[in-house]
Design a binder for this molecule. Structure first.
Ligand code: PMP
Ligand code: GLU
Length: 395
């Protein structure tokens, strides 16, 4: 039978991060010794106090459907978190809890975009942004940046990218994949441009907020009074609390957008998992200092991996200020043939080191930057050391 699938799904690219992780898993299952540095997944256990809250919820008999936008107590905990960490004042009607930040982003795209609306994505951007936008019939508009500007979009670049069709700007800070952080001053410069274009809604993805190495303080676009009414702040527990599989993310934003997300979610997934929601109340109400030990360890790993990568000829790295990725420019290898394999681009490069060094990374193409690869250092120091030594030896 010919392909009976919709044009919509046929136009979607599979998630490169998840695809690479699946490939690494498959190769491991077939007996190969693969080091996985492809997935952005902390390798820590969920902290005890959060696990205990989940066990308590099971024993307390939480098993029913939850309100579509999340338990009232969880929304209160999200409000407390936004106020405590970001200085943002939200009411319960402005909060929606979803099945991961990914669903939160998907909801926002679906409820804000009409066919042909343009969404500005500073590159590199998180892998799923462009496909989530396309699934909502929007048009991703990529704004290239480079290592020279620490992979950040300038106010001038934003101004140039805006057209009468621009409906949204999406970015993550700290950024996946570059680890760059927009300072308050840099965000203000972007906000000043946006003042001239009141139709543009901003999605500020702050899921790596707590994974910050102390050079640039975290800043939220919605904290500017003149941006509050048109910014959706996205966050979640996957990264800072090592709770990737628990699938809880949330937004704070204008009430009309939150209501629309609630309506959409009510027809698609209903409320997020009830046990995970109960555990996240505890995660958010406890001080973020309780998970600081993971950030301290990531900081050590960052130092280790940057030191090792900088010893390899042809790797050009920025110094990530947050998140747990390095995004080296490896274009010096393009056009070369290594061990009989021709390297034409970043995808070839990532495939080459998977096949020859048994190290899984992700091509920068998936993040809108064809010169780089993404390496996750959410792995032990032993694995990082071994992985980079293997990469070095096959180059
Ligand atoms: N935004 C960014 C920048 C991410 O790296 C991720 C990956 N987890 C997400 C959103 C999605 O998060 P979640 O796992 O909560 O769906
Ligand atoms: N966000 C993580 C990453 O970038 C997890 C995988 C995914 O959801 O794409 O690797």
């Amino acid at each position: 039978m010919s392909n009976q699938l919709s044009d919509r799904i046929n136009s979607v690219t599979p998630s490169a991060t998840l695809e690479m992780a699946a490939k690494a898993r498959e190769l491991r299952a077939s007996g190969q010794d693969i080091i996985g540095l492809s997935l952005g997944e902390p390798d820590f256990k969920v902290p005890d106090y959060i696990r205990e809250a989940a066990i308590q919820a099971v024993n307390d008999g939480y098993n029913s459907y939850t309100p579509v936008d999340g338990y009232g107590e969880l929304k209160e905990a999200v409000i407390t978190k936004f106020k405590r960490d970001n200085g943002l004042d939200y009411e319960a009607s402005q909060i929606v809890v979803s099945t991961g930040a990914k669903q939160a982003l998907y909801n926002v795209a679906q409820v804000c975009l009409n066919k042909g609306d343009e969404v500005i994505l500073p590159c590199p951007y998180w892998v799923s942004y462009s496909d989530i936008v396309k699934l909502a019939d929007g048009v991703p508009v990529e704004v290239p940046t480079s290592i020279e500007t620490d992979f950040k979009m300038t106010a001038e670049q934003l101004e140039t990218a805006i057209t009468p069709k621009t409906k949204m700007l999406w970015y993550s800070s700290p950024c996946n994949p570059s680890g760059s952080i927009y300072s308050e001053k840099e965000l203000r410069a972007l906000a000043d441009v946006l003042q001239k274009h009141p139709q543009i809604i901003v999605v500020s993805d702050e899921i790596y907020e707590h994974i910050n190495y102390g050079v640039t303080s975290h800043a939220s676009m919605a904290a500017f009074d003149d941006m509050y009414d048109r910014t959706v702040t996205v966050n979640g527990v996957a990264k800072a609390f090592a709770m990737t599989g628990w699938r809880i993310g949330f937004i704070g934003g204008p009430t009309y957008i939150a209501r629309a997300c609630n309506k959409l979610q009510g027809q698609v997934t209903s409320g997020a998992n009830c046990i995970a929601q109960r555990a996240v109340i505890t995660a958010l109400l406890e001080s973020p200092d309780r998970v600081r030990y993971m950030v301290d360890e990531f900081k050590e790993r960052r130092k280790l991996i940057l030191g090792l990568l900088n010893e390899i000829d042809g790797f050009q790295c920025n110094e990530p200020e947050g998140a747990f990725y390095v995004f080296p420019d490896v274009s010096a290898y393009f056009g070369k043939t290594l061990n009989g394999a021709k390297i034409n681009n970043a995808s070839d490069f990532a495939m080459y080191i998977l096949e020859h060094a048994n190290v899984a990374t992700v091509t920068g193409d998936a993040f809108g930057n064809p010169k780089c690869i993404r390496i996750s250092y959410a792995a032990s120091q032993e694995e990082i050391t071994e992985a980079v030594s293997r990469i070095k030896s096959v180059l």
